[in-house]
Design a protein around this ligand. Structure first.
Ligand code: GLP
Length: 247
């Protein structure tokens, strides 16, 4: 695991974007770029830097494939708070990734079984695309990756998960009160995430310090799902000094 600590938000974004672009070359040169996408505030600066690279002719996502990490259950695709819509607004329209090439787990269906089947198909779609070359990640304040909450199996696949109380509290800021935050989601599994060629995790702010310390220096444990990064041969963490304070 490489841990890079930057002083400003701008530097965090730039270093993370450079590592994404370099990872796409290292793991996907000569093929259609396949990018794993995270929602959340952490990677927004990174997406801005990728957009700058596109403008400057250093990158092109017009023929890329994007795979989201996760999606809420029960929120229609077209709803502004769905992760699909969020990624369309915050990533597709910013870096020029065509909407039809953005894949998101299916969070609405007639039955739980249908959502489970779609989750299995999602892993298959990633494999068919040739695997994710670079997976962009944030980290939850409880150490979650995607929506793999503490207790998630280290080799898990894309599946339904119940959201932890802490995650629902953290994400309530986007909804009209915590009672409107979904209780379940579909998330790429930790095993799915580990199959990406490179992982680039961005964490900033004191609220992430404890989770970052557990991820980097703690034991490999399902109690801190992000500790699986220790197993990955090409994981890069880009942190600001506050998030790195416990290291
Ligand atoms: C959400 C997402 C995660 C994200 C995390 C941190 O719960 N499912 O993928 O990494 O929150 O979000 P933020 O970057 O806004 O702190």
């Amino acid at each position: 695991m490489r841990v890079l600590i930057a002083q400003t938000a701008q530097d965090v974004a730039k270093i993370a974007a450079d590592n994404v672009l370099e990872g796409l070359v290292a793991h996907g040169a000569g093929t259609t770029p396949v990018l794993g996408l995270a929602t959340g505030s952490s990677p927004l600066g990174l997406y801005g830097e990728l957009a700058r690279a596109v403008k400057e002719g250093r990158a092109d996502f017009s023929r890329a494939q994007g795979f989201a990490l996760d999606e809420y259950i029960g929120i229609p695709d077209t709803h502004e708070l769905s992760y699909r819509q969020t990624l369309i607004n915050e990533v597709c329209q910013v870096i020029g990734l065509p909407e039809q090439d953005l894949h998101t787990p299916q969070g609405i269906a007639d039955s739980v079984q249908a959502i489970e089947a779609a989750a299995r198909d999602y892993d298959q779609a990633i494999a068919t695309a040739g695997g994710i070359h670079v997976q962009i990640l944030g980290i939850g304040s409880n150490g979650h990756l995607g929506f793999n909450e503490p207790g998630s199996a280290l080799r898990s696949r894309t599946r339904i998960k119940r959201l932890a109380a802490k995650t629902r509290q953290d994400n309530a800021r986007f909804f009209d009160g915590i009672e409107h935050v979904p209780t379940h989601c579909v998330t790429q599994g930790l095993g799915t995430i580990l199959e990406a060629g490179r992982l680039v995790l961005v964490a900033t702010g004191a609220g992430k310090a404890e989770a970052v310390t557990a991820c980097v220096e703690g034991p490999l444990t399902a109690s801190c799902p992000a500790s699986v990064l220790q197993l990955h041969p090409d994981a890069v963490l880009v942190l600001d000094e506050e998030a790195a304070a416990g290291l």
